[in-house]
Write a protein that binds this ligand. Structure first.
Ligand SMILES: NC(=O)c1ccc[n+]([C@@H]2O[C@H](COP(=O)([O-])OP(=O)(O)OC[C@H]3O[C@@H](n4cnc5c(N)ncnc54)[C@H](OP(=O)(O)O)[C@@H]3O)[C@@H](O)[C@H]2O)c1
Length: 261
């Protein structure tokens, strides 16, 4: 089966392409540096020829409110238009657990807009809501600084390894469209401030982490359960302490851009 991975050179995308190939699929990585730009439409008709499934794991280069909204609206519209023309039978998109509860955030308004376009299109779809990636914890600390200290709300948090995200998305991609949302999450719930404290300690980063109930997450006020998935979520196996021993944890941050998604 030919599967086009939009954002196939990114953190999740590159892992996903490898996993799909291991399972015998013809997986094609599509991104600006492979000649495919979903914002302009460049290369889309060519790459989608004979594709059965498209998985969108792209992310916006700028997470400023207007720019990120334009990215997800324009690129999703373009993708769905070209997919319809090519006869693609399943559109899979990666989004975030709690997206619908985070409309105060510009980034999440853009993800809500992306999901709305997918749901309104005639193409069968599956939207995967993942919790935050372990790889993203240092980046989260970097954007949560107040007077030199990391301020985070002590809410429940259930992140997962990027590798497990890619495994789950690969499985869903190879399956039938659900025409709905499926949630995936990590194996354990912890406090957000506590996990970031442990991550910074593992990196010997001396910054203090303050549990601050008024701290915002990606510009949004959040409560105890905003970031955690529901009871039907598919949970992954890799625990945070195990991940810390893996090569992926030796890279301080997988995200050069700094924002909370
Ligand atoms: N961070 C988290 O904890 C978290 C949690 C749940 C879900 N998610 C979601 O996971 C998704 C993927 O995140 P990620 O961290 O893997 O992203 P990433 O590493 O930043 O990769 C983004 C990908 O998008 C591509 N891209 C950028 N502009 C493009 C364009 N105009 N046309 C086509 N491709 C373009 C990039 O290509 P270039 O490298 O060539 O620019 C890259 O391949 C996002 O949608 C995010 O909302 C994130």
């Amino acid at each position: 089966m030919k599967i086009v991975v939009i954002g196939g050179t990114g953190l999740i995308g590159s892992k996903l392409v490898n996993k799909l190939r291991e399972h015998g699929h013809e997986a094609v990585a599509a991104a600006p540096n492979t000649g495919v730009n979903t914002l302009t439409g460049e290369g889309l008709a060519e790459v989608l020829k004979d594709a059965s499934v498209v998985v969108d794991v792209s992310n916006a280069p700028s997470w400023e409110d207007a720019a990120v909204l334009n990215f997800f609206e324009t690129s999703t519209r373009n993708l769905l238009t070209y997919e319809t023309a090519a006869g693609v039978g399943h559109h899979v998109a990666l989004s975030v657990v709690g997206t619908d509860r985070l409309a105060e955030s510009g980034y999440f308004r853009a993800k809500i807009a992306q999901e709305k376009l997918i749901k309104e299109s005639a193409i069968p779809y599956t939207i995967v809501h993942a919790t935050q990636f372990f790889e993203f914890l240092k980046g989260l600390a970097d954007v949560s600084i107040v007077d030199g200290k990391v301020h985070l709300p002590p809410v429940l948090f259930q992140p997962m390894a990027a590798d497990d995200v890619a495994t789950a998305v690969a499985r869903i991609t190879a399956g039938q469209p659900l025409n709905g949302i499926v949630e995936i999450g990590g194996p354990e719930q912890v406090r957000l401030d506590e996990l970031v404290r442990r991550r910074l300690a593992s990196l010997k980063d001396p910054r203090e982490v303050v549990a601050d109930p008024n701290a915002l997450y990606s510009g949004a006020k959040i409560s105890e359960k905003t970031l955690v998935p529901g009871k039907d979520a598919r949970l992954s196996e890799t625990r945070f302490e195990t991940w810390l021993t893996q090569p992926a944890a030796q890279i301080p941050s997988a995200h050069p851009r700094t924002s909370a998604a």
